[in-house]
Write a protein that binds this ligand. Sequence first.
Ligand code: GLN
Length: 224
Amino acid sequence: MVTSVRQTVVDTIGVLDLQGDVAEHLDHLERLGIAAVRVKESSDLANLAGLIIPGGESTCLSRLLSIFGIRDRLLQEFQLGLKLWGTCAGAILLASKIVGEPSFLALIDIEIQRNAFGSQLDSFVSEALLPRVAPDPIPLTFIRAPKITRVGRGVDVLLQQDDYIAAAESPGVLVTVFHPELTPSLAFHRYFALKCGLTPFMSEASTLIDSPWDSRSWTRYTRL
Ligand code: GLN
């Protein structure tokens, strides 16, 4: 049981490795010089500065988190200062309200609607300027994404688009409905590392990696 404030130096970010896109997050963190580990069981959550809950399928992820006993340990570590970033399905798991369904972790006061753009075939790429995250526009990949439809007190909107919010944060939790790990931009991983109190290699002006990313298609990303 976790009872006291953590004693050891925490300089590592974990990526939840139950289902979804894990390797891409690890790759982005490593390119920033941030130590990154896979989190497969509850003991892997010890002494992390932050945890990324990746995109995938939120119902599947929630079941696996409960079955493997990771959910309760995650809630404990959050109380002790673990920072969290949920991308897409991860954001759904962190939301305090999921339209039409019970919430799961409920660690950030947002309302979110699953599959709000339509089917998998309605996935798309775009780009947007998020001045708090990077000085240049950031490429965005939306894959059967949810929409954040409301944020509560203590939650800042990082990106508002048309009728929905695409990125938001509280002091302890970052949520994005898109997938920065599926683009050549390291800007969001850099931003999360800073939120975790870590020091990434790159400056905010140079977070684009050389990659064969095709900005016209969300299906054509290839890692180098
Ligand atoms: N549609 C998925 C869900 O509701 C999320 C998709 C994603 O993570 N790219 O869980």
